[in-house]
Design a protein around this ligand. Structure first.
Ligand SMILES: O=CC(=O)O
Length: 340
């Protein structure tokens, strides 16, 4: 019988790739359940999803069926063997529930690097040069606020600390180094093939003490919730800036707001928030910060790359029994040595 793949919930850009990749090796069906309970009903014996082998998941599906938490994963049919999540961060899928059920999980590393690193670069430029406050001023039919230059800096010559030198962190390093900026980083271990201009700090606080800007590029996991808290924030130089394009919950928001209030942080550039799409109204009180509504991969080139990469994992699983982007929890037999 031809295996069936369930698209949860839509493909926007890669329709031709669906045809090319799956042709006669799989039947593709689209999730059309309006609620989680309807979805789970269709996953039960006799339901229309009961014999599916693989699932393509994109974040839009959570509006109808919610995130792939333990309840949802436990309700999937026994036939499901692979979930291909469209996104680098796979925190909307409970990986431990997948492991317990024997369902493989893949993400889309690489496909998001350019777009997310470019967003971090925009936040870096905006916070150092205060373009965001200037634009808001102009749109309110006022010229630039007076004294703006006392709060702004060139990028050239400043030191940027990267927390987590994975694909996005590395791409960000490549983008900022030519200004030139000094690039320092901390990861769970030295990245062997990192360019020579990326200086490794084993001790995170020693790195932070040298940074004008901290840019966060670690995934959200139990160990990284609140990782950038009071201790790390206070280890930064007075007047430092934090850029976050990773996940909102990696920063302790209260500690960050306190540091903005007392001036220890001069600005922050945030693309992500702990309870998206909600934004803490206290943040709106700081005119000098730049806020974006999770624009990290919001462009058609990257979104197409992400769709294709997720689909290739499913195709490779069907053809070869393994996809290339199995998440790290499977590769390490669930044991990881550190959080970054
Ligand atoms: O936030 C975007 C992603 O995880 O790919």
């Amino acid at each position: 019988m031809t295996p069936r793949i369930l698209i949860c919930e839509q493909i926007i850009w890669a329709h031709d790739d669906v045809k090319n990749l799956f042709g006669d090796i799989a039947d593709i069906i689209y999730m059309d359940s309006p609620t989680r309970s309807e979805f789970l009903k269709e996953c039960s014996p006799g339901g229309k999803y009961f014999d599916i082998v693989g699932i393509y998941r994109e974040n839009g599906s959570s509006d109808k069926i919610g995130v792939f938490d333990r309840e949802l994963i436990n309700g999937l049919p026994p036939s499901v063997k692979w979930i291909a999540h469209n996104g680098a961060g796979y925190d909307p899928v409970d990986v431990h529930a997948c492991i317990a059920r024997g369902i493989y999980l893949s993400n889309t590393p690489g496909a998001v690097d350019d777009a997310t690193a470019t967003t971090a670069l925009y936040l870096l430029i905006s916070t150092l040069r205060q373009y965001s406050i200037a634009e808001r001023s102009l749109r309110a039919l006022r010229w630039k606020p007076s004294g703006l230059s006392t709060k702004t800096h060139d990028l050239t010559g400043r030191t940027v600390a990267i927390l987590g030198l994975g694909g996005i962190g590395l791409r960000f390093a490549e983008l900022i180094q030519p200004f030139p900026m000094r690039v320092i980083y901390h990861s769970r271990r030295k990245v062997i093939d990192a360019p020579a201009y990326c200086e490794y700090f084993e001790n995170v606080e020693e790195m932070l003490a040298q940074a004008d800007v901290l840019s966060i590029h670690v995934p959200l996991r139990a160990e990284t919730v609140g990782l950038v808290g009071e201790k790390m924030i206070r280890a930064l130089k007075p007047g430092a800036i934090i850029i976050n394009t990773a996940r909102g919950r990696v920063i302790d928001e209260d500690a960050m707001i306190k540091a903005l209030e007392d001036g220890h942080l001069s600005s922050v550039g945030l693309d992500v928030f702990p309870n998206e799409p909600e934004v803490n109204p206290r943040l709106l009180e700081f005119p000098q910060i730049t806020l974006l509504p999770h624009m990290g991969t919001e462009n058609q080139d990257s979104q197409r790359k992400m769709e294709v990469r997720a689909l290739i994992n499913l195709r490779d699983y069907l053809v070869d029994g393994m996809g290339r982007d199995l998440v790290i929890e499977f590769k390490n037999g669930q044991k990881r040595d550190a959080s970054l």
